[in-house]
Design a protein around this ligand. Structure first.
Ligand code: 5AD
Ligand code: SF4
Length: 472
């Protein structure tokens, strides 16, 4: 196990000295912009932590920043275009602040053609580093602070599989809920997906490091922990000795503190009855499961290389509902995968009707360079994709509305997350099944994130659930 602070102590000193020379007049400010999934959010918290360990102070206003890091996503073209266009706007900030350093990192720049885009079209970007270089960030930063030369630190995972480091400084975005990465990378090569190319093969973190991070979080008052991995069910297969995901969960369950434990993401091909049995007995795991179906057509699932069929998926959900009657399910669906016929799409709609997910994250298929699906004939035209997306959303809206309406009048204990995103006069709290309930702050105590409140659901709609506070 490599200890970040031991390995980087000289570099931390050197960057710190360098910053004092470059910024004799002020404490330099850092801003991190994050695209993509929770794994990226967790990486950004580490990048911010590393920057603060050498003397930067976080700012929420990028106009004031002396270091801007753009942590990118590559999963769909839309995410890439957004990151590129926002990187384009940084030019004006750089013109006003010549000491500003701009770094672009994460999944998008792990792809050669995107690093090329940055090199040629965004000359004011000072340094670029890939996902396997995240723990080298401070040495890259030192070089960038010491020279005017632009740095492109991107290596393929074949050349550099990337190494874990422990005890990395972290500045967390929330005070009650925390991400804990348990593994990096993915071995599945679903034919549409760029992740195995931009995040490399599966590497599991050692259980002791995970447990000590969780204990430390609990000691600091965190009560909502989400374990992260691209495919958590294959956790530990690469460890010596091997350890299964359920065994890891059992070790975490034994920690004698009350808290909520979540995890994502599970690939249905590896989700087991044993896992659902364990959830049914656990006092910590939430009764919610995110299980990406992607398509309801067996023909498309085979083309996607998903290694399960719809019957196996149904069986898994049925079993879970038998052993955990109040479990909620969410899923991911891709519409317009190459070759998807009207009949295939109707199989997806019928799967949604069969499972009745609580909510669905649906995506229009996006061609990713280097993946097998990008080479497939019969790419679907944009109009058909949009039409199918509209039909899918309409169906799921009625299913979500009908499922949520079952909650009307019921009473739940919710853990306060904070203010509702849209209204500072409303609290948002999460139930044991993962659903968010909104309720007015009128007549409530002044809650903090992590507090528990009793709430009665009064108006459960498809996308938002409203309730009222019940005094104890
Ligand atoms: N196009 C559209 N959606 C995709 N996803 C992954 N790759 C693609 C792609 N090429 C979706 C999948 C995955 C979610 C995180 O993003 O549904 O589960
Ligand atoms: Fe995006 Fe996937 Fe990278 Fe997450 S792992 S940031 S979803 S490409």
């Amino acid at each position: 196990m490599i200890n970040f602070l031991e390995k980087n102590s000289n570099i931390i000193n050197s960057v710190n000295q360098k910053l004092k020379l470059v910024f004799p007049d002020k404490a330099p400010l850092v801003y991190v912009e994050t695209y993509g999934c929770q794994q990226n959010e967790a990486d950004s918290e580490k990048l911010l932590g590393m920057a603060c360990s050498v003397g930067y102070t976080p700012t929420d206003d990028k106009q004031l920043a002396d270091l801007i890091l753009v942590n990118t996503c590559a999963v769909r073209e839309h995410a890439e275009l957004k990151a590129l266009s926002n990187t384009g706007q940084l030019k004006h900030i750089k013109e006003k602040n010549p000491r500003l350093l701009i770094g672009v990192c994460g999944c998008m720049v792990q792809q050669e053609h995107r690093t090329g885009d940055i090199k040629h079209r965004y000359p004011y970007v000072d340094f670029v580093f890939g996902t396997n270089k995240i723990f080298d960030f401070l040495s890259i930063l030192l070089k960038a602070l010491s020279s005017d030369k632009r740095l492109f630190c991107v290596e393929s995972f074949e050349d550099n599989p990337g190494e874990f480091q422990e005890n990395v400084p972290v500045v967390r975005a929330h005070s009650n809920k925390a991400w804990v990465s348990i593994m990096y990378g993915c071995n599945n090569f679903c034919s549409y997906c760029v992740v195995p190319y931009v995040r490399g093969r599966e590497r599991s973190r050692c259980p002791n490091a995970i447990l000590s991070e969780i204990r430390e979080l609990l000691n600091s008052g965190y009560r909502d922990i989400t374990l992260l991995g691209q495919n958590v069910n294959s956790y530990g297969k690469d460890l010596e000795p091997q350890l299964s995901f359920v065994e890891l969960l059992k070790m975490i369950e034994e920690i004698p503190v009350d808290f909520v434990l979540r995890f994502m993401t599970s690939n249905p091909k590896d989700a087991t009855h044993e896992l659902f049995d364990f959830i049914s007995q656990s006092r910590k795991l939430e009764h919610h499961f995110h299980l990406p179906l992607q398509s309801g057509s067996d023909r498309i699932l085979a083309l996607m290389n998903r290694k399960y069929n719809r019957e196996a998926f149904f069986e898994l959900c049925d079993y879970a509902r038998r052993v955990i009657p109040d479990i909620t399910f969410t899923t991911d669906i891709i519409v317009g995968f190459p070759g998807e016929t009207e009949e295939d799409f109707c199989d997806t709609l019928s799967a949604l009707e069969r499972i009745r997910f609580d909510s669905v994250f649906s995506f229009i298929y996006s061609k990713r360079v280097g993946t097998r699906a990008a080479e497939m004939d019969e790419q679907i035209d944009e109009e058909t994709k949009k039409d199918r997306m509209g039909r899918l959303l309409a169906l799921q809206q009625s299913i979500s509305a009908s499922r949520n309406s079952e909650l009307n009048g019921k009473v739940f204990e919710v853990m306060i997350e904070g203010d509702s995103k849209n209204d500072p006069n409303v609290w948002a709290g999460r139930c044991h099944d993962g659903k968010l309930i909104h309720f007015s702050k009128a007549n409530t105590p002044k809650f903090s994130p992590g507090d528990v409140a009793t709430v009665r659901v009064t108006d459960a709609q498809a996308y938002t659930i409203y309730g009222e506070y019940i005094k104890d």
